[in-house]
Design a protein around this ligand. Structure first.
Ligand SMILES: *Cc1c(COP(=O)(O)O)cnc(C)c1O
Length: 376
């Protein structure tokens, strides 16, 4: 099946006798054994649950991976990932990452002995110079959050060689537009709270891998720590995924128009969107993804303008998060990236003039009109 059909049909109740079209919510914490030493395949919901399982299979199929583990949030998935990096190692990471990932690395992973160096993961020379026997992994966001920097994943694999683990946070693009495992990544992570769920109503996170050892380790972590996704939330994400292709196509078509419109606006100084031909990562992005996504960052002429936009948007919501049907606008320096030290933030371009737009699926005319009146 094509990926659009997998979105619709990829999750089926594996235990069905009723013909139910939707996967039921198996709200059961424990499962009775049919005999001594026997199991139905389900024993205890921390380990596995019949609503979570079809969702995990679906997300694995979308990413063209062998296995997937579903977590209670993107950050729970990130935390599980950290247990896969051998202790005492060093990890290289894209310099502007989701702020929560930076917080996890600096406050928790560092205590487990993991050191993280931030750099431009698309700078092959710098990357090659940063490698060493203790470098075990590279963590990449492409396009990155919020500066929309693009990393060439195939080139990254060639640069780091086969033994360094490549992890890609694919939250911004979704498997519909890019499948990092096919480009040479070892692990893909998602905040399913964003496009996969798609309705700003459910937290979730996913890790997908082709490696049986990583898959086994991830199962062990979920079983041990209990951060797996709940049956109800699994149901919600299965439901959201049925329209992923429609939502992403619509949002990115509008985003392209909004990027061009913003670029021409007198109060906008700079637009960061890989779909614009002048974006420095435009060609690389095109070579590894089938679309540009629906996330746009843009710099306005002053902090006062940025604040006025946030206060005067009408239906566009000034809120953290992205990837839902509602168009949201975010102020990265106060919200998603407030934990990143100021000098570092400013050096990356995350200033008090930078806004980030997650284009939703409302009518294009309404989105542009709302932005227009807010910027006026
Ligand atoms: C939101 C987000 C996360 C964290 O996910 P939660 O579901 O909020 O825990 C990680 N990475 C990226 C790129 C995100 O946007």
């Amino acid at each position: 099946m094509k990926i659009d059909s997998i979105c619709v049909h990829g999750a089926r109740d594996l235990n069905d006798r009723t013909g139910a079209v939707a996967v039921p919510i198996y709200q059961s914490a424990t499962f009775a054994h049919p005999g001594v030493g026997a199991s139905t395949g389900y024993d205890y919901a921390r380990v596995q649950n019949p609503t979570r399982e079809p969702l995990e299979r679906l997300v694995a199929a979308l990413e063209n991976g062998r296995e997937c583990a579903a977590f209670a949030s993107g950050m729970a998935a990130m935390d599980a990932l950290m247990w896969l990096v051998p202790p005492g190692g060093r990890m290289l990471a894209t310099s502007d990452l989701y702020g929560g990932s930076v917080r996890l690395f600096s406050e928790l992973a560092s205590r487990a002995g993991l050191k993280v160096d931030y750099l431009d993961t698309d700078d092959r020379e710098l990357l090659a110079a940063s490698l060493g026997p203790d470098v075990r992994a590279v963590f990449v966001e492409t396009p990155s959050n919020p500066m929309m920097n693009v990393t060439d994943i195939r080139a990254l694999r060639r640069t780091v060689g086969p033994d360094v683990m490549i992890i890609v946070d694919n939250t911004f693009l979704t498997p519909l537009l890019m499948r990092p495992l096919e480009l040479g990544a070892d692990l893909v992570i998602h905040s399913g709270t964003k496009y996969l769920g798609g309705h700003n109503d459910t937290l979730s996170g996913f890790v997908v891998t082709d490696s049986p050892e990583h898959a086994e380790r991830l199962r062990h972590i979920t079983k041990t720590v209990g951060t797996g996704l709940s049956p109800f939330d699994s149901f919600m994400v299965i439901r959201g995924l049925k329209t992923l292709h429609l939502r992403v196509e619509r949002a990115q078509a509008t985003a392209m128009e909004a990027a061009v419109w913003l670029r021409r606006h007198p109060r906008v100084r700079k637009v960061y969107y890989p779909g614009l031909p002048e974006h420095p990562g435009h060609d690389v992005h095109r070579s590894q993804a089938s679309g540009f996504g629906a996330m746009i960052s843009f710099e306005v002429d002053s902090a006062a303008t940025a604040e006025r936009v946030l206060e005067s948007v009408r239906f566009i919501l000034y809120a953290e998060s992205l990837g839902g049907v509602e168009t949201l606008i975010t102020y990265p320096h106060l919200q998603t990236h407030s934990d990143v030290p100021r000098e570092k933030r400013e050096a990356l371009g995350i200033t008090d003039r930078l806004l980030r737009l997650s284009v939703g699926v409302e009518a294009r005319e309404d989105i542009l009109a709302d932005l227009g009146q807010a910027l006026a």
